[in-house]
Design a protein around this ligand. Structure first.
Ligand code: PHE
Length: 446
């Protein structure tokens, strides 16, 4: 296939901004904080960091190597290097993208609503009740549709004029906001308890398999790995780009934002004494505890709240773009659809599937668990087998544009043995557990 007219990022910063935009999102702020609260604070953070470095980073490099090497969307890229049967893995990626975006957009819809409400009316009187009213049913549905419309509009603009243009502005803004909020949190009296909770590891908790599984799932979700998002973005890179350098920037920015988001959330929550809301942690903890905290800070709280939710929206939007792009690029490359048509059909279907999640919080939770604790891990496992064992010249392709790398052998070794073994072990524990959680959530046995 001729790739002559395939779009490319206009600058290397454009790519990094878009990839960091994909990585940094609700996962870093909403999901990271609620999991950290639920899974025991600092020990979870430590495990998550270990997974990011030892498993996430090799997979990120693997996705980038395939994507740039093939300059095709996931389905065709895998076929290019591995033959027809590997297309199936690409199909799994596309389906995972469908599933994640459909519920991700519902949560992003909540953040849209919260930002608007804080701006116009201030903090709701009873954040707990408010959350249960707006997180499900028509209100959730309407904001989900609005958020999808926004995402579709950007993706329809294409790689350079849509995705890149939004990301190069959005990412710096998000960094400034998140750092500003963390600095503000440090000035609150009583914040020490929050730091203590967040930063003092209690490793006895961390040793449970449940925590290990969540840390693994979170490191993939947060870095947007295991479903072809990074592969797709890397497919718009030029052959001169230095993949290891970009990968390290992406991973560092992603971990950095999650870590700093924790430096904001926990001190605020503890300083204002609303940690009870967080420790009974559910999906909604952040949407209840933080407004609760903002309400006791008066006007400042309202301002801080708006900044916080705007940062969430920005992060969510640039991540949603990448999820939709996986599906859209597959239709554009594979079926020669026009971008506009692909955006309308894929976006429309995702909006439809997401409506179920908008109607039922338990279903949303179930979709999140299946995506993170099974599909992304499985996608990453197969991908590491692919690059480790099937793809020829993976090392040369990785090093292209980066000069001499003396550790490529270690990278290939990790992908051949270490990553698959770790992921098999994690999946072995997570599949039965997740399926039983899902059964309880969906059939209400819990
Ligand atoms: N990484 C994104 C986040 O942290 C979510 C995401 C997952 C995006 C998978 C793309 C692919 O919010």
């Amino acid at each position: 296939m001729a790739n002559a007219e395939r779009e490319q990022w206009s600058t290397s910063f454009g790519f990094v901004a878009a990839a960091v935009g994909s990585a940094v999102g609700l996962g870093n702020m909403w999901r990271f904080s609620y999991l950290t609260a639920e899974k025991g604070g600092a020990a979870f953070v430590g495990l998550y960091l270990i997974f990011t470095l030892l498993v996430g980073l090799p997979i990120l490099l693997a996705e980038m190597t395939i994507g740039r090497g093939a300059s095709r969307s996931p389905v065709l890229a895998l076929e290019h290097y591995g033959g027809r049967s590997w297309r199936l893995l690409g199909v799994l990626f596309v389906l995972t993208g469908f599933l994640i975006l459909s519920y991700y957009s519902v949560i992003a819809g909540w953040t849209l609503r919260y930002a608007g409400e804080l701006l116009w009316h201030g903090v709701p009187l009873n954040p707990g009740d408010h959350f249960s009213q707006v997180s499900q049913g028509w209100p959730a549905f309407l904001f989900h549709v609005s958020f999808m419309a926004l995402t579709m509009a950007i993706v329809a603009g294409g790689v350079k004029r849509g995705i890149e243009r939004v990301s190069v502005i959005a990412m710096p803004v998000l960094f400034v906001f998140v750092c500003g909020l963390a600095l503000y949190a440090a000035t609150l009296s009583g914040s020490e308890a929050g730091y203590a909770y967040y930063l003092n590891a209690n490793f006895t908790n961390a040793l449970s398999m449940d925590v290990v599984v969540s840390a693994a799932g979170q490191s993939f979700f947060s870095l947007s790995l295991g479903m072809g998002a990074m592969l797709t973005f890397a497919s718009y890179l030029s052959r001169q780009s230095d993949l290891p350098r970009e990968a390290i920037r992406i991973a560092a920015a992603d971990f950095g934002v999650a870590f700093v988001a924790g430096l904001m959330v926990f001190p605020i929550v503890f300083a204002l004494g609303v940690e009870g809301d967080v420790s009974e942690s559910t999906l909604g903890a952040l949407f209840v505890a933080l407004p609760e905290a903002f309400s006791s800070m008066g006007l400042v709280g309202r301002f801080v709240g708006v900044i916080f939710f705007v940062a969430l929206i920005v992060g969510a939007l640039t991540s949603a773009i990448s999820l939709l792009e996986v599906v859209v690029s597959a239709a554009v490359d594979g079926w020669a659809w026009s971008r506009g048509r692909a955006v309308i059909v894929a976006g429309g279907l995702i909006t439809l599937i997401g409506s179920f999640a908008a109607w039922d919080l338990a279903l949303l939770d179930a979709m999140d668990q299946v995506a993170n604790n099974i599909l992304l891990l499985l996608g990453a496992l197969l991908l590491s087998v692919f690059v480790g064992w099937v793809m020829k010249n993976a090392e040369t392709e990785l090093a292209q544009g980066a000069g001499r790398l003396n550790w490529v052998g270690v990278w290939r070794f990790l992908l051949r043995w270490w990553v698959p073994i770790v992921l098999l072990f994690v999946l072995f524990h997570s599949v039965p557990k997740t399926l039983s959680n899902v059964r309880n959530l969906v059939f209400g046995l819990d």
